[in-house]
Design a protein around this ligand. Structure first.
Ligand code: GLC
Length: 426
């Protein structure tokens, strides 16, 4: 009986992936996000591989076909014209052969490619496709440390909240006070047409998102200038952990494929990053915190960004402390892992990244915990994720108190993660 239900859920997830499949890339969901998103595609590839390995490799290859000459991989590739999303290519004006945004997103490609390779049934195909991607992912990693860690501290900064992937987190609120709004061109949002405005960012936040965009555009999207010129420079532990994990995974994969230079460079990046990460630890919160690089201070905001580092090889006592933090949170939330600590008065169960649960984040946290022996907490996260799907379908995100589905519906990476969770549970 159980396996019948599992097979049926997997079949429903595959339907969502097929619906959003545009041939060589997958959109996150119709209406709200009609283009290719960077980390969505990399995580989605894991779900695609379940029924079509070649198609899974294509998903990541399409993304990397739009890598910039300097190495950065943009956060959105605007493959088609579609005015249901704002800000579109006419606002970004990045001057690329295919329009793209001008900022990046969490570097999960190294992890995804290694996982695709390790699980591949067709090893010959996998070796060929992975070998071609290795130098491209390596170039992106190099870009990060050269451009977003200009003083060689071992940790990279994001310069726009959208780079974090946790777009509307409470983590950015204080630093956003420093971002002006004068001179923001008049605009009409489209996100609030597709999703409940009460679940989306406020106008004050949107103005600042756009101010930063216009500021970077005025600098000609020259990545050598953007970091230092940005009034918003945040070192996000989750973002760094994903990059560190990807660097370590890329190093392992490169070794397997005999690419020793790439292996060495990425091993060094991961090791340096892990040492530097310690600067972000907070005993009081039992997790890591963001660092505001402009003022040199930790941000007192306990978000899931500080829990995500379990995805990388942080010290064992840190993992144990984070596992305990998740258990504390699980005592208050019906579904875990909420994107913000419920004890924080700023927690908001329904608003985008200020409380809701996201299955991609759950997947990375559970993966790290399981790998380090915290199987019970990992299983609890997996259970929560599968329960959410059973009760509320393939939503963009979920209320951790009620389980209500929020944001966009029929969501691609949610479907991909469900396949992953169910396969690992068997
Ligand atoms: C939202 C999320 C971001 C994601 C995008 C597409 O902007 O915050 O992480 O990549 O939607 O799903």
């Amino acid at each position: 009986m159980i396996s019948l239900a599992v097979n049926e859920t997997i079949a429903r997830a595959v339907e969502v992936l097929r619906e959003n499949d545009h041939g060589d890339y997958t959109i996150p969901t119709k209406g709200l996000y009609p283009f290719q998103w960077n980390w969505d595609s990399c995580l989605t590839a894991l779900g695609l591989a379940h029924y079509d390995e070649a198609r899974a490799w294509t998903e990541i290859e399409t993304l990397f076909a739009h890598q910039w000459p300097d190495g950065v991989v943009p956060h959105i590739v605007f493959h088609v014209l579609n005015d249901s999303y704002f800000p579109g290519p006419e606002i970004w004006r990045t001057n690329r052969p295919t329009a793209t945004s001008g900022i990046t997103q969490p570097a999960v490609a190294g992890f995804a490619v290694r996982r695709l390779f390790d699980r591949a049934k067709d090893k010959e195909l996998a070796a060929e496709r992975a070998r071609a991607l290795l130098p491209k992912i390596d170039a992106w990693h190099r870009w990060f440390y050269e451009n977003r860690d200009p003083r060689g501290e071992g940790l990279v900064a994001i310069i726009h909240p959208w780079e974090s992937g946790r777009d509307n987190s409470i983590d950015w609120d204080d630093a956003f006070e420093r971002v002006p709004t004068e001179g923001v061109e008049a605009y009409t949002r489209r996100d609030t047409l597709h999703a409940d405005p009460a679940h989306r960012p406020t106008k004050a936040q949107y103005d600042r998102y756009l101010w930063l965009l216009q500021h970077f555009r005025a600098l000609g999207w020259d990545n050598a200038k953007l970091h230092d010129a940005s009034p918003f420079q945040i070192v996000d532990p989750g973002f760094n952990a994903i990059l560190i994990r990807s660097a370590a995974d890329l190093a392992d994969l490169a070794e397997t494929l005999g690419e020793m230079e790439i292996a060495k460079a990425n091993r060094a990046r991961a090791e340096k990053g892990l040492l530097a990460m310690e600067r972000l630890w907070s005993d009081a919160h039992g997790q890591y915190l963001c660092l505001d690089r402009v003022i040199g201070k930790l941000v007192d905001s306990a978000s899931v960004g500080g829990i995500l580092p379990v995805f990388s090889a942080i010290p064992k006592p840190r993992i144990a402390a984070i596992a305990a933090t998740i258990e504390r949170i699980a005592g208050k939330a019906r579904y875990i892992v909420p994107s913000h600590d419920l004890d924080d008065p700023r927690f908001d169960a329904k608003r985008y990244w200020r409380g809701p649960v996201w299955l991609v984040v759950n997947y990375m946290i559970a993966d790290g915990l399981a790998a380090s022996g915290h199987t019970q907490v990992a299983q609890r996260i997996t259970r929560s994720s599968v329960d959410l799907i059973a009760e509320s379908g393939f939503a963009e995100y979920y209320d951790p108190l009620s389980g209500e589905p929020l944001g966009g519906g029929r969501f691609t990476w949610t479907a991909a993660m469900v396949i992953e969770f169910l396969k690992s549970e068997r």
